[in-house]
Design a protein. Structure first.
Length: 381
């Protein structure tokens, strides 16, 4: 089969690989019809995730058709159109039993924190992902769901990570009626988080980024007030000024570790307040939330990011909520919101590319060229 293959930082190729086989009776093999490139894939692409081995196929956002099932699989049949959450999880361990699917104990013996994620380095279990013609899906009775007939394929694809994660970010922010919510990052996750914030009762939603085309999208897609941080010496001071010098009630970090070289060229280091490589958006979040407020972190920080302003967070009495999203927990509610039209997930898709051109997709998405928000790989594009 043809598959995206990682060959080192900023180097991805499409190569031939054997079609994956059933390795365990709980496995299914899925023929991928749609896959997406995620902001999380950029962390891998930029070489920021430890133990990302050359030869790995990325892709934790995919849907497709069941091609084969192992002997013990009950819930899926060959020919089913399925959506697969980005988490690989067993469904029965201590953590899965508590809905913490992203922290499953059984899928990733090397990890102390995260569970399994498709196509996300050996730090996350070493599973090949779905940016390929076929993918092996372990615990096939647990994660995947048959896509309802009424659901559009691209909408289903965006329900495998980006939309549930944005929604989860807003949930973790613990928004109360009428509150002011700031979202750092106007990528797919931030856009969905901002739209979700209204749903949870926000009275004011403010989105911060430096990419004007994404802020314009936030204004229409999420009806947000937007500010381009490149236009301010200190965006935190600006945020304080527009929130009665108190700060926002809730802040969502939908940025995470940001290492894109192109990004750093946009503004000077002084403007960024680079502090020995500490996470910028997270520190801005801690600085711009009011005392007693909540910071929700769904932006992903790899194991090497530890220089958090923890002392300030403690002294402000903040609640910090964070996790990788347990995708399937969000599905029942989100299926309803997609069905009733509150969310049209594929509104944010800007690029549809064939697998053979995926390297170009990575480049465009990483360098934020061509007004790219969400590139997806379509089997017959
Ligand atoms: P993306 O790269 O498309 O978007 C990130 C956005 O943040 C960009 O528009 C960028 O310009 C902006 N940005 C960078 N620095 C900023 C700053 N200091 N302040 C404000 N904006 C800033 O990525 P995405 O797909 O939207 O994902 C966002 C983050 O969420 C990534 O870190 C990704 O790994 C993470 N993620 C987490 C989960 C989870 O389960 N927790 C799931 C999916 C994605
Ligand atoms: Zn993702
Ligand atoms: Zn488990």
């Amino acid at each position: 089969m043809r598959a995206m293959v990682y060959r080192g930082p900023y180097k991805v190729r499409v190569e031939s690989k054997p079609i994956p086989a059933i390795e365990h009776p709980n496995d299914a093999i899925v023929r991928v019809t749609h896959a997406a490139i995620c902001g999380s894939d950029l962390h891998l692409y930029h070489g920021m995730m430890p133990d990302t081995r050359p030869g790995m196929t990325f892709g934790h956002e995919f849907i497709g058709i069941v091609e084969a099932v192992g002997g013990s699989v009950q819930n899926l049949s060959v020919g089913d159109r399925v959506m697969v959450p980005f988490n690989v999880y067993c469904g029965t361990c201590y953590f899965c039993a508590r809905g913490l699917y992203s922290n499953c104990h059984n899928v990733n013996p090397n990890a102390t924190a995260v569970g399994g994620i498709y196509g996300y380095s050996h730090t996350c279990g070493g599973y090949d992902g779905g940016q390929a013609e076929f993918v092996r899906v372990p615990f096939a009775d647990v994660g995947p769901s048959v896509i309802p007939d009424w659901m559009d394929s691209e909408d289903a694809l965006l329900l495998t990570d980006a939309l549930p994660t944005g929604y989860f970010g807003a949930q973790l922010a613990d928004i109360r009626q009428g509150e002011t919510v700031v979202v750092f990052g106007a990528g797919p996750v931030g856009l969905y988080a901002a739209r979700s914030a209204w749903f949870m009762g926000a009275g004011r939603v403010i989105v911060i980024d430096h990419l004007q085309y994404r802020l314009d999208k936030a204004a229409t897609f999420a009806h947000a007030e937007t500010y381009n941080f490149a236009e301010y010496d200190d965006v935190v001071v600006h945020l304080k000024n527009i929130t009665d010098n108190i700060g926002a009630d809730r802040v969502i970090d939908a940025v995470g570790a940001e290492a894109d070289g192109n990004f750093l060229q946009h503004v000077t280091a002084a403007k960024f307040k680079l502090q020995g490589g500490s996470p910028i958006a997270l520190n801005w979040a801690i600085d711009s939330v009011r005392k007693g407020g909540t910071v929700s972190v769904v932006g992903a920080y790899g194991p090497m990011f530890s220089a958090v302003k923890f002392g300030d967070a403690m002294n402000k009495g903040l609640t910090l909520n964070m996790n990788q999203c347990p995708v399937k927990r969000q599905w029942p509610r989100l299926f309803e919101h997609v069905r009733d039209g509150y969310f049209k997930p594929n509104d944010i898709v800007t690029h549809r590319i064939p697998l053979e051109h995926i390297a170009e997709g990575y480049h465009i998405f990483s360098a934020k060229l061509d007004d790219c928000i969400k590139p997806i790989v379509v089997a017959d594009a």
